[in-house]
Write a protein that binds this ligand. Structure first.
Ligand SMILES: CC(C)(COP(=O)(O)OP(=O)(O)OC[C@H]1O[C@@H](n2cnc3c(N)ncnc32)[C@H](O)[C@@H]1OP(=O)(O)O)[C@@H](O)C(=O)NCCC(=O)NCCS
Length: 405
């Protein structure tokens, strides 16, 4: 029988939640658990539309590598087909950075493009926020590298680790910092270089038909084992420059962010983490724990339910009708997920655009890349109501409403 020590208390969180907390320590099986009792009672709604003016996006930019890998290229190194990948994911081609190029390089180029588009001087940027799940180094993050590559002075630089929802989380952080008067101008970047965690090894050369021999049977089998997720990803970066707005009817009208650790294993990297000692060793590599593990169907189901929930929620918070939304800039994980979100909301194809066919899933970069392309295509005219939405690893998800000034 384990030894149990417990304590129960009530606390008010900084965001206004009333919370009953039980701290329970169980001895005997080496576990220690802290759990919450019941649902938190809200004293106020943190998602509600604010009295403050929302931040506005004054510039955007993107950067994708030149190297294109088609589905047929992938079929050289694993058992897959262009037809399967197109039909099940919507991806036709993706870009990959050259070995040695990191998320900070693509992020800095996207950031520079956004600064140029905003027609501001780089020195006007007060804070840099970078979202990536594929940092150049395991530690530290890339924010300071991006800041340095952009030639910015010693302004604060934050790393965001919310994967596919990273850009949304970064946008809310920028909005909050601007609203609090902590900064005047923020640069928010989503950037990824996924090549490092793709299982292709020596067969990278086969993708480009640059190898003197075809993949070995073992290489082909290994690549095929990871095909359900490896065909999805591509590299890229997108960025926006955000500034405090002047008008309460435009800019960021509301943001609803959610997380649920119970969904942690929908997609995650099971090894090479600091709960292990040592954090990386040959046994983990042999077991391929350094590569992502994905429960694709469950991920799909949650994404098509929780993204529309967040969109309906932020519309309710800001007293906006769904029919008034001009464009939904949804995370591009899979064209069928975007389609599912569109159908759940009863919207037409034009309102929920897709560009995953050209870039694959660029994780934190999909939302700013799609937003930038739509802006450049004249799809975000003055007064347009834009909804950003994402779902991904963590699980983290959310939606934001933005009215173009
Ligand atoms: C990945 C995804 C497209 C797979 O579709 P699915 O219908 O769930 O497919 P399954 O994984 O069950 O596989 C179905 C079959 O296709 C095969 N398959 C998987 N990947 C394949 C590929 N790239 N090429 C050919 N066949 C493939 C499987 O081996 C399986 O074959 P079997 O029936 O003979 O066993 C889908 O689950 C999905 O989109 N999930 C969300 C993923 C996502 O968005 N991830 C990004 C994180 S935000």
């Amino acid at each position: 029988m384990p030894d149990v020590n417990g304590a129960v208390g009530v606390s008010i969180t900084r965001r206004g939640y009333l919370r009953a907390v039980a701290a329970v320590r169980v001895r005997g099986d080496d576990t220690a658990t802290v759990s919450r009792i019941g649902e938190p009672a809200r004293l106020r709604r943190p998602d509600a539309a604010r009295d403050l003016v929302g931040s506005i996006i004054i510039g955007s930019g993107m950067d994708v590598p030149d190297t294109i890998v088609t589905n047929d290229n992938l079929a050289r190194v694993m058992d897959t087909t262009d037809e399967w990948i197109r039909r099940r994911t919507g991806v036709v081609e993706r870009r990959f950075a050259a070995a040695g190029e990191g998320a900070s390089d693509l992020g800095a180029r996207a950031g520079l493009a956004a600064i140029a588009d905003a027609a501001i001087h780089p020195e006007e940027v007060d804070v840099v926020i970078t979202a990536t799940m594929t940092p150049d180094f395991l530690a530290p993050g890339i924010a300071s590298l991006v800041q340095h590559k952009l030639g910015l002075s010693t302004v604060a630089a934050y790393d965001i680790r919310q994967q596919c929802s990273g850009f949304l989380y970064g946008l809310e952080m920028a909005d909050a910092l601007l609203a609090a008067g902590k900064a005047e101008t923020a640069l928010v970047i989503g950037t990824e270089v996924h090549g490092g965690f793709l299982p292709f090894g020596e067969t990278w050369a086969n993708l480009f038909d640059e190898s003197p021999h075809p993949p070995t049977e073992a290489e082909y089998e290994r690549n095929t084992r990871f095909r359900s997720w490896s065909v999805l990803f591509g590299d890229g970066a997108g960025a926006v420059v955000v500034r405090r707005g002047t008008d309460e009817d435009t800019g960021i009208l509301g943001v609803r962010l959610r997380s649920d650790g119970a969904l942690f294993d929908l997609i995650h990297v099971p090894g090479v983490g600091f709960s292990r000692r040592p954090y990386v060793d040959a046994s983990q590599l042999d077991a391929e724990l350094h590569l992502p593990s994905m429960r694709g169907r469950e991920l799909f189901r949650n994404a098509v339910e929780l993204m529309p929930d967040a969109i309906r929620g932020v519309a309710e918070d800001t007293k906006v009708e769904l029919e008034d939304i001009d464009v939904v800039v949804a995370h591009q994980a899979n064209a069928r997920i975007v389609e599912g979100v569109r159908r759940a909301l009863g919207m037409d194809e034009d309102t929920v655009p897709i560009n995953i066919d050209r870039y694959g899933n660029t994780t934190a970069a999909t939302v700013p890349i799609l937003f930038h392309e739509l802006r450049m295509d004249g799809r975000i005219p003055s007064g347009a109501l834009v909804c950003f939405a994402a779902f991904g690893a963590g699980a983290h998800w959310g939606a934001a409403l933005y009215r173009e000034p």
